[in-house]
Design a protein around this ligand. Sequence first.
Ligand code: PEP
Ligand code: MG
Length: 286
Amino acid sequence: VTRTATPVPGGVVTLADGRTVQLWANVSGRAEAEAARRTGAFGIGLLRTEMLFLDRRDPPGEEEQVAALAAILVPFAGRPVVVRTLDAGGDKPIPYMGLAPEANPYLGLRGLRLSLAREPLFRTQLRAVLRAGHGHDLRLLLPMVTDPDEVAAARAVLEEAHRSLEGIPHLWPVPVGIMVEVPAAALLIERFVPVADFFSIGTNDLTQYVLAAERGHPALGRFADATHPAVLDLVRRVARAGRPASVCGEAAGDPDAACALVGQGIERLSMGATAIPRVAEALRRL
Ligand code: PEP
Ligand code: MG
């Protein structure tokens, strides 16, 4: 039977027990943002900014980043949008970042670690995000966080970016959340409650680190499973930690895995836009 992908009104599904689950979209460009809006996504739960930095010889300047982000925000005006700062390194190498060769790039200088090691570049991105976010419900998400002091360091650069924008219209204050994708962060999630406004669980990376199996490894497909009890146990901890918690890894867009995540207490799922109608259907039947 072919079903027409009907939009999900308000991006919210009500479960049989009365709980509600918000369905958000993962987006990395304007066309995806428009497609996501058509499916009725609650908001953008993960705006990946890597696309702005890939396939070029040097990083995009501030004006270019402001224009690109502003274009993506148009279809979601008035809706919440979570913008993730550059998540380079690991599976997303960017040659001009000047990274020394690493034996284990997934365990290397990646995500926020790299941004903090390239502070001028990070500050430029933060200025661009704050400027593009003016008048929008935008939130900032930090990838690959291990310890709370990294969040404090990122907040210091963010404060600096804000101060340097005096007289230029920009969003302030801005909520700051963390990707929970390093086991240490998930295990000791309560240490992040004082420094983070929200949590977004990256099950793609969390699963590879918990199960010690490289994501996308052709011979280790059986370990690419976010419903492994060891992963779900961490998801439950994060869901109960006392901050809004979403899942934005691929598992959120898989109807069975999505049901398992909701079973751990997750009430926000962010996925590729095309998955929204079928996840909604699975949750309604749950
Ligand atoms: C994740 O790790 O689950 C995630 C959403 O981020 P990315 O796939 O971009 O690493
Ligand atoms: Mg990740």
